[in-house]
Ligand binder design. Structure first.
Ligand code: GLA
Length: 496
């Protein structure tokens, strides 16, 4: 038994707009923003209310310099093709807060680890366009650890590995930006990164200036080799945030200290857009601290700390790796970390099956998590089941739940044993509800609309199937083992 998952074709049908309804940018900095539209090509875009300095190109990418003054601009986005038209109101919020909705994109780590190269980054960005992921709202292409040259240049300037990034990071940024996407890099708040490349501590200003010059849009800042205490973390992440703010770019800061110093209490106030809440994820579904359910259980408790511009990050997605990710399939344990694999030199993870991958993504969406795919987007071998993976990652109804402008993280509601019901309030009084079967055996779970949506009945849509179920008083989830159903409920007016 598998759950019905719609296969949405981003290049067919009448136009639809999928981009976030609220977009943050710092005053006077470069904006590269894909409007994210699907439908039969060609598409024609028009944007009303665009501040001077910004234009929209034929691909629907808004480019230019954001207004110099803080303030909110209402953009009226319209897209048409031979089959029809769609419109969307987008708020461009010029101010200090970036990532008003969780970032969507890709990160190199889970799949490529130390083998990342300019060639892979550019081919991944091209694949993000070719697969329609950009048109569904994915924007960031993030290079994780190991982009670095063996040493800094004389004078301390950072430089990229001359073999794997022969033309440097700026050339990669140019290619990525030309596709309407954004580029992220990685560093560490100590003298070394986790992979023993040079770190950023003491070089914050030099690094931030170089990143801005290269055209970098996001920095993931790690915590290996850094002090244990929280005060140092607040200080070092704060120093990097200020250095990034002193540049002329909007650069997102992603905090990665694995949730050890409770970053949900301080990282948002520092101006970080999201922070890791757990250990690194590995390609396994279970309850261990490095499995999907173990990580989700921990991140679910932190719902009250998330909001627009500040997100809990339960780590990257495993969808599509299927036990083949370079850093997620094998855990070497020289120091017997973490506990579940003590006594073994390594542990091999076989990956998630289709249903588990669908639950993994469902939970991340319900938790308003950053959705950073981390598999080989360029793989065109049909034997690797990429149709399913793509269907999972490009379902517009599902992505819209993650990207909802209210910015609320879902909370666990009372659930029968062996299940999780997660409830996420959405804009316009709507509510997303997911029901997960934590066990291996299939089961049917009923949830009363009155218990989750604040009204006796609701118009219900099955997000994964992209199907309207009409007005219902009960959500009925027919779940395979480890499966998740996701519904969007629009409460119907109460009868008196
Ligand atoms: C740490 C981080 C990972 C990844 C690696 C890179 O383990 O938590 O996400 O960035 O470092 O070395």
């Amino acid at each position: 038994m598998t759950l019905p998952v719609a296969h949405f074709d981003p290049f067919a049908g009448a136009p639809r707009l999928h981009g976030a309804a609220r977009v943050g940018i710092r005053p006077g900095t470069e904006l590269i923003h894909p409007l994210a539209a699907t439908g039969e090509r060609p598409l024609r875009f028009a944007v009303g209310g665009l501040p001077s300095g910004l234009t929209v190109d034929d691909e629907g990418i808004v480019r230019g310099l954001a207004p110099a003054e803080p303030g909110t601009h209402e953009l009226d986005v319209r897209v048409e093709n031979a089959l029809g038209a769609a419109t969307q109101r987008v708020e461009l919020v010029v101010g200090d807060i970036l990532c008003l909705t969780p970032p969507l994109g890709w990160n190199s780590w889970n799949v490529y680890a130390h083998e990342i190269s300019a060639d892979i980054v550019v081919r991944t960005a091209e694949a993000m366009v070719a697969t329609g992921m950009r048109d569904l709202g994915y924007q960031y292409v993030n290079i994780d650890d190991h982009w670095h040259a063996p040493e800094r240049l004389a004078g301390g300037r950072p430089a990229a590995d001359p073999v794997r990034f022969p033309e440097g990071i700026a050339a990669v940024a140019e290619r990525v930006h030309a596709l309407g996407l954004k580029l992220g890099v990685y560093s560490d708040a100590a003298h070394l990164t986790c992979g023993n490349c040079f770190g950023g501590h003491g070089y914050e200003r030099i690094d931030a200036e170089a990143y801005a010059e290269w055209g970098v849009d996001l920095l993931k800042y790690d915590w290996c080799y850094a002090p244990k205490d929280r005060a140092s973390a607040v200080e070092r992440y704060g120093t990097m945030r200020r250095a990034l703010d002193a540049t002329d770019r909007s650069i997102v800061l992603s905090v990665c200290e694995w949730g050890i110093r409770k970053p949900w209490r301080w990282a948002g106030d520092l101006g970080a857009s999201y922070w890791r809440t757990t250990n690194d994820i590995f390609d396994t579904f279970g309850w261990s601290p490095l499995g999907v359910l173990g990580i989700a259980r921990r991140n679910l408790r932190l719902a009250s700390y998330a909001g627009p511009g500040r997100w809990n990050d339960p780590d990257m997605l495993l969808v599509g790796n299927r036990g083949r990710g370079l850093s997620t399939s094998v855990l070497r344990t020289p120091n017997s970390w973490p506990k579940p694999v003590r006594g073994r030199a390594f542990w091999r993870f076989g990956g998630l099956d289709d249903t588990q991958a669908q639950t993994h993504l469902s939970l991340w969406v319900m938790m308003a998590a950053p959705l950073l795919a981390s598999h080989d987007l360029t793989d065109d071998d049909p034997a690797s089941s990429r149709d399913v993976d793509r269907a999972l990652l490009t379902n517009p109804d599902v992505l819209a739940i993650d990207q909802d402008a209210l910015g609320r993280q879902g909370r666990l509601a009372a659930s029968p044993r062996g299940t999780w019901t997660v409830v996420k309030p959405l804009t316009e009084g709507r509510v997303a509800v997911s029901v997960t079967n934590l066990r291996k055996r299939p089961r049917t779970v009923q949830v009363r609309v009155a218990d989750v949506a604040g009204s006796a009945s609701a118009h219900v849509r099955d997000a994964w199937a992209m199907a309207d179920l009409g007005v219902q008083t009960e959500l009925v989830a027919d779940l395979p083992g480890h499966g998740t159903a996701m519904f969007v409920c629009t409460p119907t007016p109460q009868q008196h």
